[in-house]
Design a protein around this ligand. Structure first.
Ligand code: FBP
Length: 703
């Protein structure tokens, strides 16, 4: 036996092996930092040029044309690599440039590679070029807080997750004062170009800044970032220009890995339903990809719920020669019934456990809640506009906010005029639980977005589910199916004849079913005993045989849940190889757009949904992606979010396989185990499953 001597802490800490294993740098980091992403064909040449693509047709909203007049003529730019440009182009391309880059909004894996790609391309074109990283998001531009990026900084973050190199923030550059300060910063740093890496709101900001700084000669380029996957672009003819924003694949894979582990635990421990809320402020793209990656038993897709039509109500109204508008869209109560139905079916198959995926933005698609959100947005925005102290500072406690709403409702009634908040709104609002009222009244972000991540969506839904399951349990509908073999062996071991008791206890004993269901009417041991007495299998003074009692108790469900929230962990995960390659090429694209003189464009890679060899860097005019949307109670020109299209192949596949994945039948579950993100090796898929399916079967839009 080896002697186990105690080593002093000083010796321990100076031991080289201890130093290595407790250090910051591990093999994974070394491999990541050393990885050189492949580059698109265009970037393999020494120079790139921009070519207007007049075949791609984009529609511009009239409001965008009037608010962004200098941007409306922008066309899609193809980026082409060339070996020998003319002298003028060579000089232009190789100019010393000063470029500032900023992260805006929530982190998304791959952001560091956008910077690395831009840095490498800029330095390759002219080693004198300077790249500034603005610190802590748009505040860094407003306050002129920036660092000059160096080889050492860039190399430390290659292929690494997060936005920790320069941090991020959610400030919107939305006032004349903030715009003036931003312009001032660009002037002080002598910037040629500003790059905004962000989601829909940040790219909206990029378009407005491009317009503002057009005459100053500062180019502004956007980059499509967000794990939510809702920055996607199609042209007017439905050709996909940008299939997905970066960060989506990594976050979905991280969530899928954890959720798949829950599937394994749940089907081993067989006592919990795991309720997994996954990020995606509005769109359910992440939930859809997680469903495809894991085959969880039940996945809600908000966009599908919004399209729900209650046919029975429509038919009834039709017969009565009227229209029932309430038949369109799903209510919270109805949704809870749909969920209960799945739980009850699985229980009948002997599986009183499972995994359910709920997109965090699901409430946005539920009529009654969406109306509350819109009304409260307007009320809060109007209040803030007309008062010195804002709504949330003035009404700190929930009871103060509720009192304000109550006064609003009374006022509308007293003055007998149409108001945004009437007695009915108030009564309905008072009907919902406190924590949910509080959630709906939370402070909106600087862009006017509702903070879905902070609302306990799952708790709202599961509260209703619990209540209804209680009713179904009482009326005998919610029962756990008993395997016939188990029933027989249990009774035989207890010395009782299974065939004698079977028809009395179970509703389907005689039809040979593998899973036996206790009769609906038997909802307690007392009723069980009475039915056994009345059918003559036991006498008045007999006890229920222990084996029979055991079987009955096994059929009584106890609905136990565990809640999980997947969001921030996925935003902070290391990027998948797909995102590493995508973002590095986005960085190269940004430089080509700047070198080609573009502004108000969003860098993008076409054909992301195909093999890498087909990837094509392009620039998309941001103005063409905008539409009007309600923000802070008013119509605002913003980038249009892409939500899940229920005609897309990815959604249709999930819908078609839904029953299979619910697995409400005897036999095993259908869980798929994607494993952790594998940066090296061959086993990692090269694209999100959603993209592969849509490339094969159509992305749906307008089809
Ligand atoms: P972005 O659109 O800025 O990328 O952020 C999206 C998101 O990750 C959502 O999924 C989530 O609802 C939200 O950020 C959370 O925001 P916060 O960081 O402010 O809590």
């Amino acid at each position: 036996m080896q002697e186990n001597k105690t080593v002093s802490i000083e010796d321990l800490l100076s031991n080289s092996e201890v130093k290595q294993i407790t250090g910051k740098i591990n093999q994974e980091i070394i491999e990541r930092r050393g990885y050189q992403p492949p580059i698109c064909e265009a970037f393999t040449k020494p120079f790139t040029i921009l070519k207007e693509n007049n075949d791609i047709c984009l529609k511009i909203h009239s409001e965008a044309a009037s608010q962004l007049p200098k941007m409306v003529e922008n066309k899609v730019q193809d980026i082409e690599g060339i070996d020998l440009p003319d002298e003028l182009l060579t000089t232009e391309y190789s100019l010393k440039r000063i470029i500032g880059i900023v992260f805006s909004g929530g982190p998304a894996p791959g952001g560091h590679n956008v910077i690395a790609g831009l840095y490498d391309a800029a330095k390759k074109a002219n080693p004198e070029s300077i790249i500034y990283g603005f610190l802590m998001g748009p505040d860094g531009i407003i306050e002129n807080e920036a660092i000059k990026l160096t080889d050492d900084i860039i190399d430390a973050y290659r292929n690494m997750g997060g936005f920790s190199m320069i941090k991020t923030g959610r400030t919107k550059i939305d006032t004349q004062e903030k715009v003036a300060l931003s312009k001032d910063t660009c002037k002080k740093l002598d910037l040629d170009a500003l790059v905004i890496v962000g989601g829909d709101d940040s790219n909206t900001n990029a378009a407005f800044l491009a317009e503002e700084m057009f005459n100053d000669g500062v180019q502004v380029i956007g980059v499509p970032k967000t794990i939510d996957g809702d920055v996607q672009v199609r042209d007017a003819n439905n050709n996909v220009l940008c299939a997905i924003s970066f960060g989506f694949h990594s976050a979905a894979r991280a969530f899928a890995n954890s959720i798949s582990n829950l599937c394994t635990d749940s089907s081993s421990d067989i006592k919990y339903w795991h309720i997994c809320k996954v990020m995606g402020r509005v769109a359910s793209h992440l939930a859809l990809e997680v469903a495809l990656q894991t085959h969880a038993n039940l996945t809600l897709i908000g966009e599908e719920l919004a399209n729900y039509v209650d046919k029975s109500r429509i038919e009834k109204a039709h017969k009565e020669n009227r229209i029932d508008y309430t038949a369109y869209g799903i209510t919270l109560r109805h949704l809870s019934r749909v969920i209960c139905n799945c739980i009850v079916k699985r229980a009948a198959a002997g599986k009183n456990y499972g995994v359910m995926v709920i997109p965090e933005g699901v409430l946005e698609f539920i009529n009654e809640i969406q109306i509350f959100i819109l009304k409260l947005n307007t009320i809060i925005a109007e209040y803030n506009e007309t008062h010195d102290v804002d709504f949330h500072t003035n009404f700190l406690l929930l009871e103060n906010k509720l009192e304000f709403l109550r006064r609003l409702a009374t006022l509308s009634e007293d003055e007998n005029k149409l108001s945004i908040w009437n007695r009915r709104d108030n009564d309905l609002f008072n009907d919902i639980p406190d924590f949910f009222q509080e959630g709906l009244l939370l402070e909106r972000d600087s862009h006017g977005n509702f903070p879905f991540s902070q609302v306990e969506t799952d708790k709202v839904l599961m509260g209703l589910v619990q209540d209804y399951l209680g009713i179904l349990k009482e009326n005998g509908t919610y029962k756990i199916g008993i395997h016939r073999n188990y029933y027989i062996s249990t009774l035989e071991k207890g010395g009782v004849d299974p065939d004698c008791f079977g028809p009395v206890i179970f509703r389907n004993y005689d039809n040979g079913s593998e899973l036996l269901l206790v009769k609906k009417t038997i909802t307690s041991l007392k009723i069980l005993k009475n039915s056994m007495i009345s059918s003559g299998v036991i006498k008045e003074n007999d006890e229920i045989p222990l084996a029979v009692e055991k079987i009955y108790l096994k059929s009584v469900p106890n609905f136990k849940t565990q809640s999980h929230f997947y969001g921030y962990d996925g935003r902070g995960t290391e990027p998948t190889r797909f995102d590493c390659n995508y973002t590095y090429n986005l960085g190269l694209t940004v430089f080509s757009l700047i070198a080609g003189g573009a502004t108000g464009q969003m860098a993008a890679i076409m054909n992301l949904d195909h093999k890498f060899i087909d990837w094509k860097p392009i620039g998309i005019p941001i103005a063409s992606l905008m539409h009007l949307e309600e923000r802070k109670g008013k119509q605002a020109l913003v980038l249009e979010k892409s939500v899940v299209d229920i005609n897309s192949a990815a959604f249709r596949v999930v819908k078609a396989l839904r029953d299979k994945w619910l697995a409400a039948e005897p036999g095993g579950d259908q869980y798929r185990c994607p494993g952790p993100i594998r940066f090296t090796g061959k086993s990692e898929e090269d694209r999100p499953i959603t993209l592969v399916l849509n490339a094969i079967g159509g992305s749906g839009f307008n089809e």
